[in-house]
Design a protein around this ligand. Structure first.
Ligand code: FES
Ligand SMILES: [Fe+2]
Length: 379
């Protein structure tokens, strides 16, 4: 948080940070390809041979479940002459990943297992070829909260000091997130939004609530304090309290599904929003979790996958989650509409020097400084 007078207007970043391909290229290498990036829900890849292709910065990455049950990630590039191994967004192979071009074939652990005439091939020393040296290029992978997080950096930053620290510094208590048991929950619903806006507009929107009263009528009904525009994320450990007549976090305030088994009385009847840099939002409510993953595709396009996670009991019993889903689905649409409305102005001369942050948005300045610290000043 920048030390400022409470009534000051602070400058935002200039429009060029949101519209230019050169800033986006710098963000790809210095942010998405350098940090831990949330790639996939592990349970979507439950069986050996299941894979998912995800865009991480400028790279295509495959997350694959091995025959040994472990999840691994690889660059989606054949070591022969570079064809993309998988072009479909997800799928299931029986034993191996086979390049369709000349049939080089890789095990689910990345090792090169077959290629036409492989036994006759030698490397530059005249030896038979090393199946690992010509195997798929591995990418670091860590599982946390039931998601596979990947990192393309040669030396990934410590997961605890980055990802987990973002969550802890928001909630103020390292044990708080664990009480929700997110890794054991099931996806009750998923929506994929293709948003015509820069990823940073989506982050900034998520960080402030100055807009809540004007665009989120259903949300402020459930969380009356949001109508005052206070950014709940600014106050460490604070969760916005449900209105006194609200039974659950649903579109009409009707009852949800009780409370998740591990949470404390203090966490009940409250909503906590967490931004995990660079591309994840976690929303905690007593009976479910709303988990957003962004995939920045270009300077003006971001795909957002949003999971609604419930206990196994709720999902396998086929209980009706529609009123619960509808609340945040509306919030998402309202937010993404606002971001799409903002994006075209990023290349307007009116926004060349940016706009301003009102006091309720001042904490966004820290996000802006962080972006500049990673990608440098844009000209
Ligand atoms: S490029 Fe993959 S086998 Fe040739
Ligand atoms: Fe919003």
């Amino acid at each position: 948080m920048t030390a400022t007078q409470p009534s000051t207007l602070l400058a935002t970043l200039g429009g060029r940070y949101y519209a230019g391909e050169s800033v986006f290229a710098a963000e790809q290498s210095e942010i998405f390809e350098s940090m831990w990036f949330c790639a996939a829900r592990c349970a979507d890849l439950a069986n050996p041979g299941q894979f998912k292709k995800v865009q991480v910065g400028s790279e295509s990455v495959l997350v694959v479940r091995g025959r040994d049950g472990l999840l691994r990630a690889f660059l989606n590039v054949c070591r022969h002459r570079g064809a993309q191994l998988c072009t479909e967004p997800e799928g299931h192979v029986r034993r191996n990943l086979r390049c369709p071009y000349h049939a080089w074939t890789y095990g689910l652990d990345g090792k090169l297992v077959a290629a036409p005439n492989i036994a006759t091939l030698t490397d530059e020393t005249g030896m038979g070829i090393d199946r690992y040296r010509y195997g798929l290029v591995p990418v670091a992978l860590t599982e946390w909260l039931g998601y596979a997080w990947v990192c393309l950096a040669d030396e990934p930053p410590p997961f605890t000091d980055t990802v987990i620290d973002d969550v802890t510094s928001r909630l103020g208590d390292p044990a708080a997130i664990g009480r929700y048991g997110i890794d054991g929950l099931q996806v009750g619903h998923r929506e994929v939004y293709d948003v015509a806006a820069n990823w940073k507009l989506i982050v900034e929107n998520f960080m402030e609530c100055y807009h809540c009263a004007s665009i989120h009528p259903e949300l402020v009904e459930v969380l009356p304090e949001f109508s005052r525009g206070l950014a709940a994320q600014y106050f460490v450990g604070h969760g916005a309290e449900f209105g006194s007549d609200i039974a659950g976090f649903t579109v009409d305030g009707s009852a949800g599904f009780g409370t998740l088994p591990g949470i404390t009385a203090e966490q009940d009847r409250r909503y906590y929003a967490i931004t995990v840099k660079p591309t994840v939002f976690i929303n905690l409510v007593p009976d479910h979790i709303i988990f957003h993953r962004m995939y920045p595709m270009s300077a003006d396009r971001t795909v957002v996958e949003c999971d609604w996670l419930y206990t196994d009991e709720v999902v396998s019993a086929g209980r009706d989650v529609s009123r619960s889903v509808e609340l945040f689905h509306r919030v998402n649409q309202q937010d993404f509409d606002a971001c799409e409305r903002t994006q075209p102005a990023m290349s307007s001369r009116a926004y060349r020097n940016g706009g301003v942050l009102v006091p309720a948005e001042h904490h966004i300045a820290a996000f802006h400084s962080w972006v500049v610290s990673r990608v440098g000043e844009a000209r």
